[in-house]
Design a protein around this ligand. Sequence first.
Ligand code: HEM
Ligand SMILES: *[C@@H]1O[C@H](CO)[C@@H](O)[C@H](O)[C@H]1NC(C)=O
Length: 515
Amino acid sequence: MSALGNLVIIFLSFLGLCFLWTFIKVVHKLWWRPTRMQKLMRSRGIKGPSYRFIHGNTKEILYMKNKAMEKPMSLSHNILPTVQPHIASWVKIYGKNYLQWYGTEAQLVVTEPEMIKEIFNNIHGAFPKFELHPLIKKIIGDGIINSEGEKWTKYRKLSNHAFHGESLKGLSPAMITSVENMLERWKSYEGKEIEVYEEFRLFTSDVILRTAFENNYQKGKNIFETLVRLIVLASDNIYKLRFPGISEFFKTNSQIELDMLDSQVGNNIIEVIKERERKVITGKEDNFGSDFLGLLLKAHHNAADNERISIKTVVGECKTFYSAGQETTNSLLAWVVLLLAIHKDWQEELRNEVLNLFGKQNPNPDNFAKLKKMGMVFNETLRLYPPAISLKRKVEREVRVGKYILPANLNLFLSALPVHHDSKIWGEDVHEFKPERFSQGVVGATNNNPAAFFPFGMGPRNCVGSNFAIVESKIALCMILQRYSFTLSPTYVHMPYHLVTTRPMYGIQVILEPL
Ligand code: HEM
Ligand SMILES: *[C@@H]1O[C@H](CO)[C@@H](O)[C@H](O)[C@H]1NC(C)=O
C-alpha cells in the first residue's frame, strides 16, 4: 500500500476517534449524568418529573406557563398557579421538595421553610451562589451579588455602610426630590387614569440615579439609559444557544452591540470617577461626595490595602446597585398601589396614619417606625406578591440538610412564592389581603414560623438594600397619600407574571382623584 494510502487511513481513523469521543461526551452529558442523578435522588427519597432528553422539563414548564397566561386571572391573589404553575402542580404530586430539570441542570425545588433557612444560613459553607450566566454577569457587574469568601465580605461591608443608618438618612432628600418630580407629572392625570408601573419605573430609576450620581445627574442619566439598553439586549440573548469556543471567534450582531454598550457604560462611569478625582486632587472639593459613588471612591482610595477596591469593582457595583434595586422596588410599589386601590378601607387608614404623623409636610424617615399600619401593608404586599422569586444556590459537596443527603453538583431553587401562599402556615385565608395578620409582626403572622416569610432572602446573603427599598417606598407612598386618593380603573387586567421580578403584564391602571 502506498504511503499516501496509509496516511489517509490514519487520518480517517483519527477522525473516527474524534467523532466517537464527542459522541461519548455528548451521551454522558445529555443522558448518563442526568439519569444517574435522578436515580440517586429517588433512592434518597426525592422524586420529580422525569428527565427528558436535552430539554429536561423546560418544555413542560413553558407549556404550563403559556397555558396559565392564556386568559387573565380574576381579581384573586392566589397567584402561584399563574406565576409558577409548574411548582404549584409538582409540589402536589411529588412533595414539598422535588427534583426538576432545567435542560441538563438538576434543580432541587425547596419549599419547606426549615430547609430553606438551613440553606440560606449556610453554616457548613456548602451552598455558594449559583454560577451566573455570562450575560447576566455583564449586566449586574462583577461584584457583591456573585462573589464569595473574602471578596464578598469586603463588598458587603461597603454596601452595609452605604445602606444603613446615617448614610441612608443622607439619601432621603434625593428620594423626596424624585417623588416631587413624579408628582409634578401626575398633575396632568388628575381625575383621569394613570398607569403606575411605568410611573414607578421612572421613579425608581431616578432615585438610584440621584443617590448614586448625585453630583453628575446628566451623565448618570446617560449611563443608566445605556445600561437599560444593555439589560434589554442581554435578556433577549440569554436563551439563544451559544457554542463554546466558536462564539469567541464569530459574534452575532447583537453580541457585538452588547460588548459595545458594556464598554460604553464602563467608560462613562470611569469618566465621572476621573472628574471627581480631579476635583479632589486640585482642591476644588474636599471629598468624593456623599452619594453612593462617593462612598465607593473613598473605598477605592482608602489607604489600607485590604480595604481598597479596584476601579473595575466601582464600575461593577454601580451596575449592581441599579439592577438589584430598580425593578424590585418598582414592582413592590406597583403591587402596593393595586392592593390599596382594591382595599379602599386600608388606603383610608394609611392616609390617616400619614396625615396624623406628618400633616401635609414632607415625610421624615426618622419617624417611619411610627407608620405601623403602613409597615403591615408593605409586608402583606411582599407576602402576596414577592418581587424576587428566583433565588438559586448550588450544592458544592455532599452535605446533609434536614432529612436528606444532597449530592454535589445539584442546584437549589428557592422561591418565596409557594411558601408565602401555603395555607398550612398562614391559615385558610392565605390568599386574602389581610395586613392585620402582621399586627404582631412576622412571628405572629406566620404562626411562630418566621422562616416562612423571606421577601428579602435570609441569612448572610439577604438583601443589603432592603432598608433603602422600604424607606424609598414609604416616602413615595406617604407623599402620594397626602395628595391623592385612587381607585382601580375598569381597564385593569389582572395578569401577574415572572420576568426577573413578579410584575403586572399589562401594567396597573388606577383613577387618580386629588384630595
Ligand atoms: C423591594 C425591593 C427589593 C427586594 C424584594 C429585594 C430582594 C432581594 C433578595 C430576595 C435578595 C437575596 C438574593 C439571594 O439570596 O440569592 C437580595 C439581595 C440583594 N439585594 Fe435586594 N431587593 C430589593 C431592593 C434592593 C435595593 C434597593 C438594593 C440596592 C440599593 C438591593 C441590593 C441587593 C444586593 C446588593 C443583594 C446581594 C447581597 C449579597 O449577595 O450579599 N436590593 N435582594
Ligand atoms: C415586616 O417584615 C420585616 C422583615 O422583612 C420585619 O423586620 C418587620 O418587623 C415586619 N413588620 C411588621 C409590621 O410585620
